[in-house]
Ligand binder design. Structure first.
Ligand SMILES: [Zn+2]
Ligand SMILES: [Zn+2]
Ligand SMILES: [Zn+2]
Length: 134
């Protein structure tokens, strides 16, 4: 019965992984400075729906705050901003624009660095949230 013994061994090795507690953190602004922790995906989803529920009428994507929704519309659906951008103007506003910062960047890459350097955003932050929503 050597086969059965091996099967039981395999089961023993798998067990510890299952017993680990799972926590989901909300790192979406304005929560990112003090991440809220959720014990289930349902709780997290409820939080998203009540705190970060800003929908774009054009593409139906959801954004974490009014500010991100405005940035999204400007950068994705505003033809005037597109024209400015093509002319080489800086159009990528700091996520804290109007909140004590008036930085506007020429590329999303530069804005990413600005958010990390000046506003302490985590490097893992999904900066493309402005385009793709959450
Ligand atoms: Zn949150
Ligand atoms: Zn949109
Ligand atoms: Zn800034």
């Amino acid at each position: 019965m050597s086969k059965r013994a091996r099967d039981e061994e395999d089961e023993d090795q798998v067990q510890p992984v299952v017993s680990q507690p799972q926590h989901i953190e909300c790192t979406i602004p304005p929560c990112h400075s003090e991440p809220k922790s959720f014990s289930s995906y349902e709780e997290y989803e409820t939080h998203i729906l009540s705190f970060h529920n800003h929908i774009c009428n054009e593409c139906r994507r959801r954004f974490p705050s009014e500010k991100f929704l405005h940035l999204h519309i400007d950068e994705n659906h505003n033809p005037f901003v597109k024209i400015e951008q093509e002319k080489g103007a800086k159009v990528f506003k700091c996520f804290n624009y109007g909140d004590g910062c008036s930085k506007v960047c020429s590329t999303p890459k530069k804005r990413r660095l600005h958010m990390i350097d000046k506003h302490g955003y985590p490097r893992s932050f999904r900066f493309d949230v402005v385009n793709r929503g959450i």
